[in-house]
Design a protein around this ligand. Structure first.
Ligand code: NAD
Ligand code: LMR
Length: 329
């Protein structure tokens, strides 16, 4: 029997991440080679024409799994029946804008989108927020979707996770596939904590193999945490293909499960584990089983890790307090 297509709504579809993302979704890399998809593209009116151009190119690829493309400039119809929502479109920080201004501007985007998801998305909807500040944007959307389980609102930390894997693999001269049990905690910002204390390389402790705490503290962590800024500096634009790749990885693992014997990093509402206040959308070491994330429990957190996790969680708490004061949640 032919499978019913999965509706995937992508916001900011005409942007640079959108351009790197849509072709991979349509080719089957998001949900697997047996799952047909329908794309629902949301853009602001001035960018609809560009989204139409991308849709023409998608048609021209003749992807066997792509069963339709619809383009919207209104969140309500765009999220109607959505099974997956990739919230990429966001207001970028411009000159002179403070973090509070950015949060407020994004509240104007993620509040109505949360409401639209609540009103019309499919019962099994899964939402991944990519647009920055991703964790707090996800919190805003989630707060406006009271009928949807909060755990279905995620923020993307997979790019940070992949960056950490890559940096550690380079340092140790191994393949990224040799590394297991790496984690990035906290916020998708410079305060994030890429943690190798539990990581294993070909079954042995990664930290011992690195054998240099100063490298971890002074090079590895800042390189991963500030990689987004380094890409902007080098390209003159923020990461796009690597961000799209991470979104594919995140949703793929969420829906289809993480491999046995390993974990990944994902931000979703805290259940209070590891002292992270309940409800904050913070990154944890996580596995996905049966379509749900589970936090990896009972890890020993050393004093250095505790301090770094607390600092990033503190930043998330402040962002939550700011959007609360602005009446956005
Ligand atoms: P971009 O400026 O190229 O594209 C953004 C698109 O969003 C534009 O086409 C714009 O018209 C659209 N848009 C704006 N408001 C919208 C709305 N209300 N509804 C629908 N669409 C809307 O930006 P980009 O490079 O694609 O990046 C998108 C976002 O992703 C940025 O916020 C960026 O900072 C963020 N990002 C996050 C990560 C991460 O790891 N979480 C990594 C890279 C980039
Ligand atoms: C990234 O991590 O590459 C982006 O979040 C950077 C940015 O500010 O857009």
């Amino acid at each position: 029997m032919a499978q019913v297509p999965v509706n995937v709504t992508v916001t900011g579809a005409a942007g640079q991440i959108g351009y790197a993302l849509l072709f991979r979704i349509a080719s089957g890399q998001l949900l697997g080679p047996d799952t047909p998809v329908k794309l629902r593209l949301l853009e602001i009116p001035p960018a609809v024409k560009a989204a139409e151009g991308t849709a023409m190119e998608l048609d021209d690829c003749a992807f066997p799994l792509l069963k339709g493309i619809d383009i919207f400039d209104d969140a309500r119809p765009a999220f109607e029946g959505a099974n997956v929502g990739l919230l990429v479109g966001a207001r970028p920080r411009t000159k002179g804008m403070e973090r509070g201004d950015l949060l407020e501007a994004n509240g104007g985007i993620f509040k109505p989108q949360g409401e639209a998801i609540n009103a019309g998305a499919a019962d099994d909807v899964r939402v991944l927020v990519v647009g920055n500040p991703a964790n707090t944007n996800a919190l805003i959307a989630q707060a406006h979707a009271p009928d949807i389980p909060a755990e279905r609102f995620n923020a993307m930390m997979r790019l940070d996770h992949n960056r950490a894997l890559s940096q550690l693999a380079k340092r140790l001269g191994v393949s990224v596939t040799d590394i297991k049990k790496l984690a990035v905690w906290g916020n998708h910002s410079a305060t994030q904590y890429p943690d190798i204390t539990h990581a294993e390389v070909s079954g042995a402790g990664a930290a011992a193999q690195v054998g240099d705490e100063a490298w971890v503290r002074d090079e590895f962590i800042p390189t991963v945490a500030k990689r987004g800024a380094a890409i902007i500096e080098a390209r003159g634009a923020s990461s796009a293909a690597s961000a799209a790749n991470a979104a594919i990885d995140h949703v793929h693992d969420w829906v289809r499960g993480t491999p046995e014997g390993d974990w990944t990093s994902a931000a979703f509402p805290s259940d209070g584990s590891y002292g992270v206040p309940e409800g904050l959308i913070s990154s944890f070491p996580a596995v996905s089983r049966g379509g749900r994330w589970e936090i990896v429990q009972d890890l020993d957190i050393d004093a250095f890790s505790r301090e770094r996790i607390d600092a990033s969680v503190q930043e998330l708490t402040e962002e939550r307090d700011t959007v609360r004061k602005l009446g956005l949640i």
